[in-house]
Design a binder for this molecule. Structure first.
Ligand SMILES: Cc1cc2nc3c(=O)[nH]c(=O)nc-3n(C[C@H](O)[C@H](O)[C@H](O)COP(=O)(O)O)c2cc1C
Length: 184
C-alpha cells in the first residue's frame, strides 16, 4: 500500500490488514509508529501503557496458538499472529482503586492503539486491532510474562501488506449522527 500524507485521507485508508509480505519492518519505522502511540490521550494523562513488541518467532507462534484457540480454530497451520513480521501487544495498568479493567482503562489505551495504526497506515504498513485473545488472556499473559497489576488490551499484527488494500467502507455519515437529541 502506498504511504498516505493527506491526514483527512488517512482515516479512509486505514483498514484491517491480516496478511503481510515477507518484507522486514525496520526498527526506525517501528519506532515512528510506537512514538505516535505514546502521544495518545489517557485519563489524567497517566499514560498507563507498555507496548510489547514481539519479533521472536517462537513467541509469535505461541501467541498465535492462543489466538487460534480463542477463535475455535486450533491447529498447526500458522495464522495471522505467527505470520506477521511484528506483533504488538499493548498492555494497560489495572487501576489500583478498582483492581479491574473497565471503561476508563480501555479509554486510556485504545486511543494510543488507534494512533499507532494510523501512523502505520500513513507509512504504508498494515495492522489490525484484535481483542479475541482475551478469551485466553491468562495463557497470553503467561507467555509474555505480564506482571500482576497489568493486563493485555490487544494484539496488533503489523507488517507491509501482501497486496494493495483499498479504503475502508462505511455507511453514509448521516446514519451515525443525531442532532440535539437521540434520533433513529
Ligand atoms: C474491539 C475490536 C476487536 C476486534 N477483534 C478482532 C479480532 O479478534 N480479529 C480480527 O481479525 N479482527 C478484529 N477486529 C478488527 C475488525 O474486524 C475491523 O476493525 C472491522 O471489521 C473494520 O475493518 P475495516 O476498517 O477494514 O473496514 C477488531 C476490531 C475492534 C475494534
Amino acid at each position: 500500500m502506498k504511504p498516505v500524507t493527506d491526514v483527512m485521507q488517512l482515516f479512509r485508508a486505514q483498514r484491517a490488514v491480516r496478511a503481510f509480505s515477507d518484507r522486514p519492518v525496520e526498527e526506525e519505522t517501528l519506532r515512528q509508529v510506537l512514538q505516535a502511540a505514546v502521544h495518545g490521550p489517557s485519563g489524567s494523562n497517566t499514560q498507563p501503557w507498555k507496548f510489547i513488541v514481539v519479533r521472536d518467532q517462537a513467541v509469535k507462534t505461541a501467541l498465535d496458538r492462543e489466538y487460534s484457540i480463542a477463535h475455535n480454530e486450533p491447529g498447526d497451520a500458522p495464522g495471522v499472529m505467527a505470520k506477521a513480521p511484528v506483533l504488538i501487544v499493548p498492555c494497560v495498568r489495572i487501576p489500583e482503586r478498582t483492581g479491574q479493567v473497565g471503561f476508563q482503562t480501555g479509554a486510556s489505551i485504545y486511543p494510543a492503539c488507534q494512533n499507532l495504526m494510523l501512523a502505520a497506515r500513513a507509512l504504508g504498513l498494515g495492522t489490525v486491532l484484535t481483542t479475541s485473545h482475551r478469551i485466553r488472556n491468562a495463557e497470553v499473559k503467561a507467555i509474555l510474562g505480564v506482571p500482576e497489576g497489568w493486563d493485555t488490551a490487544a494484539m496488533i499484527p503489523l507488517g507491509w501488506p501482501d497486496r494493495n488494500y483499498g479504503p475502508n467502507h462505511r455507511p453514509p455519515l448521516d446514519e451515525a449522527i443525531c442532532l440535539d437529541r437521540w434520533s433513529e
